[in-house]
Write a protein that binds this ligand. Structure first.
Ligand code: TRP
Length: 333
């Protein structure tokens, strides 16, 4: 690791199969960061237990996320790709930080409010303290920047507040992390309800397109995408959220501007545009899917990579944790 480079930390939950929203909004850009930053990409398996998981599926999904990261071009020599539960410091720091976080702060988290409404039969303490574990993830690595979507901004803000509070009491310990919102990263919305974010945990499968969906399914889902009244292909998030979302997807897949998309499809019909977007997505994902299939078939390779990276991450995490333990007054050898 080059210590002059800034540190990026990002976490993804293995709670569902990743969508093209994850790909276009995050993964596709991660490859570009590896030259200029020290990047940690963590599969946050511990976070997923806040909602009931099937153990076999959870395990498979953790491998799946890792294989997808590799298939999208993240170089395992240049990035630390690892699993949260492999580095016990996350849980340990989380306990400490929890003692510097107020109930009121956690009660204000909108994701807690949403999730506890959706899982009313399982409002567990983990769901409540989830943002503290996320703060530990980030702060352990002296992270400078965290690539996140808007839905996680409030959690990052809390991590910053906890870090500042700790620093104020004990002196400079944590780096205060900044949100990192890549310039061209598009926010990809649901195909059926384009006023909400595309989510891998949506109950309607036509709302999302998975990175691993077959070519047929991808095309079918795009053909079914809702469009708006009118017939012109123009960018207008308010009045034409469906078409605007498709324009964003196409622009992002092809690495061109929205204006270029609008120009290219001037005079085209909605139906033809949807087929063009579906085809472009399917074509872009084909090589990723093929690499993914190779990686996922080689569990021995994935395991060796995970073991090695858990050690690298663990070594850096332990340094921070030791500093924290010393500051709070634990006996440290
Ligand atoms: N809470 C994030 C999500 O659901 C996942 C996450 C956990 C994360 N720890 C993180 C994201 C640290 C960024 C940094 O999307």
């Amino acid at each position: 690791m080059d210590h002059n480079k800034k540190i990026i930390f990002s976490g993804v939950q293995p709670s569902g199969s990743l969508t093209i929203g994850n790909y276009l909004g995050a993964l596709k850009n991660f490859g570009k960061l590896q030259a200029d930053y020290n990047c940690y990409y963590c599969v946050v398996d511990m976070h997923t237990l806040t909602v009931r998981q099937n153990p076999e599926i959870l395990k498979e999904r953790s491998y799946q996320v890792l294989a997808l990261y590799l298939a999208c071009g993240l170089d395992p020599e240049k990035n630390v790709l690892f699993i949260q539960s492999h580095v016990p410091c996350h849980a340990e720091l989380s306990w400490i930080l929890g003692c510097y976080t107020y109930m009121g702060e956690l009660q204000r988290m909108t994701q807690f409010k949403d999730k506890s409404a959706r899982h009313a039969d399982n409002i567990n303490a983990g769901l409540f303290t989830y943002p503290v574990l996320m703060a530990a993830d980030i702060l352990l690595y002296k992270t400078d920047m965290v690539p996140i979507g808007v839905d996680q901004k409030q959690h990052l803000e809390l991590a910053r507040n906890i870090a500042e509070r700790f620093n104020n009491i004990y002196g400079d310990t944590f780096v205060i992390p900044e949100p990192y919102i890549p310039k061209q990263s598009a926010k990809i919305m649901s195909l059926q309800e384009p006023d909400k974010k595309m989510s891998k945990s949506d109950t309607n499968v036509n709302n999302f397109v998975l990175i691993l969906d077959s070519q047929d399914v991808i095309l079918k889902k795009f053909k079914k995408a809702v469009t708006d009244s009118g017939c012109e292909i123009v960018y207008d998030e308010i009045n034409k959220p469906g078409i605007s979302n498709l324009i964003n997807i196409y622009a992002s897949v092809k690495d061109i501007s929205r204006e270029d998309v609008v120009k290219e499809f001037e005079g085209s019909r909605y139906g033809d545009f949807k087929v063009a977007v579906g085809t472009a997505v399917a074509e872009a994902l084909a090589p990723i899917q093929s690499k993914y299939n190779d990686f996922i078939a080689d569990k021995a390779y994935l395991d060796s990579l995970l073991k090695r990276n858990a050690e690298i991450a663990g070594e850096n995490a332990r340094k921070t944790l030791k500093e924290v333990y010393e500051k709070v007054g634990f006996i440290v050898f």
